[in-house]
Design a protein around this ligand. Sequence first.
Ligand code: NDP
Length: 263
Amino acid sequence: MLLFSIFGEPVTHSISPRLHNNAMHDLKINGCYVRQAIHEPSLLMPTFHAMHLNGANVTVPHKEVAFAQCDEIIGIAQKIGAVNTLVKEKNKVIGYNTDAEGFYKAIASFGKIQSALILGAGGTAKAIAMILQHYGITTHILNRSSSRLAFFNEKGFTCKSWEDFEVQPYELIINTTSAGLKDTEFPCPEPLLEALLSQASYAFDVIYNQQTPFLAKASHLGLTCKDGKEMLLHQAVLAFDHFFHQQYQQNIIEISMRKAFEY
Ligand code: NDP
């Protein structure tokens, strides 16, 4: 039997096992996907080997640690510096980042976007910024503080903190902060957010399964909105595709995983 796991801290809330187990069931694959909390980051890769895993996903807060512990990194993960997918190949563990492409697939229904503003400068913002840059979309970063902006400055993004930001039009506003996850906060001061949203057409929040104050305001102002559910779905489809070395059609995996959201 093939064995896969999600690694993180915490992981009890993760729906990754449901998505992957549903797809393996529908595709008649003899495999199982489990959850494993990792309390000590240095034990991530030793745990991967001790469990004899064929592959794993990595979630908060271990994506950067996982990047450092892989034998090889493939694709855009090299630029992001974080991986969410580990694949065992012979004696090596290969790392990928499918959050980035998963996000891009999630915004496909918005059509061709020319400009975007990312609110937040954490790990998720890095993945989204790098994929938007990859596809030639002009992307700026706005964060509460300037301390996390060095990565983005080095990669050539225009970056501002709340203090020195001047409003200009962007087609797409993306919330990658955790504001609104467990509180009623906006990801930036409300007047600033209103000025940004009133000039934008699309809003995306990486938080899923709830309407954040950010998305509620964007929706109220008439923007086309999306939460993080589709990003979660597509990163999982792409991870599954890596686990099984492109053996199955992505649209078949997607149909199966979508069903897992329904129960
Ligand atoms: P990080 O901790 O790496 O970054 C958090 C960022 O949010 C920082 O820039 C921080 O600013 C900012 N921030 C936090 N709280 C506030 C606030 N109240 N107001 C304004 N800014 C704030 O987080 P991650 O990037 O790892 O994760 C962010 C979110 O993305 C989480 O909610 C996570 O669940 C979600 N996520 C969703 C995925 C999906 O598939 N849909 C995939 C991955 C993550 P500062 O630098 O000033 O502290």
